[in-house]
Design a protein around this ligand. Structure first.
Ligand code: 3PG
Length: 213
């Protein structure tokens, strides 16, 4: 699963206000050539949106902003194939690992990296990436934490994307610019598809650095 994410290189992160728009959103991702999404558990529509996308089978769907065991269970039961959290909550990570689902807990500091890795996670969300030193911080982590792979999110733009993806310890990046909440809420799926296609063009221009786990 983590290697599939590494191959896709970019995860659109979304806040879904209406589960009945999940299909239109998934169609836009498939048409744009980036069939992956992280649906954040920030709205009541998250669970049903994950279920709707998982049922299709053509989009790798994960749950984001998973803060509690209860949310983790709801996400997994809805069909989420991977879970992401902004921080590292040992109880949640332990529970998800026991359920056999890949989880990327969030880290910023060396101590948080060590905690997350001690819980069995090697794919780690680095959030909020741009506020926390971005590319330079990740370069510094490559020495002591050679086994860690990061999913930077927070403040990443199309312009910044290549700088992150060229790092050997970056698995993929996450970003909300591909499908902003207002475009989703308005059902502007053509706009979302064109943002995804633009991002795919950027990805195509980045040489593969073989950053799989
Ligand atoms: C988040 O958790 O909201 C993300 O990291 C998204 O960040 P972005 O909106 O800067 O892409």
């Amino acid at each position: 699963m983590i290697n599939r994410i590494a191959a896709l290189k970019l995860i659109p992160m979304v806040v879904m206000d209406r589960a009945d728009q999940a299909d239109g959103f998934a169609d836009a991702l498939v048409a744009g050539g980036l069939p992956v999404a992280e649906i954040t558990f920030r709205t009541p529509a998250a669970e049903a949106s994950i279920r709707a996308i998982a049922k299709r089978g053509d989009v790798l769907v994960g749950a984001g902003t998973v803060l509690t065991i209860e949310q983790a269970d709801r996400a997994i039961d809805a069909g989420a194939q991977f879970l992401v959290a902004p921080g590292t909550n040992p109880k949640v990570v332990d529970h998800v690992v026991k359920r056999g689902v890949p989880m990327m807990p969030g880290v910023v500091t060396p101590s948080e990296i060590e905690l997350a890795m001690s819980l069995g996670a090697t794919a780690l969300k680095f959030f909020p990436a741009e506020n926390m030193g971005g590319v330079d911080t990740l370069k510094a982590y490559a020495g002591p934490y050679a086994d860690a792979r990061f999913l930077p999110t927070g403040g990443i733009t199309p312009e910044l994307l290549p700088g992150y993806l060229k790092l050997n310890n970056v698995l993929a990046c996450g970003g909300s610019w591909l499908a902003p909440r207002d475009l989703l809420a308005a059902g502007k799926f053509d706009d979302i598809r064109s943002r995804v296609q633009q991002a795919k063009n950027i990805l195509a221009g980045i040489a593969s650095v073989g950053n799989q786990l």
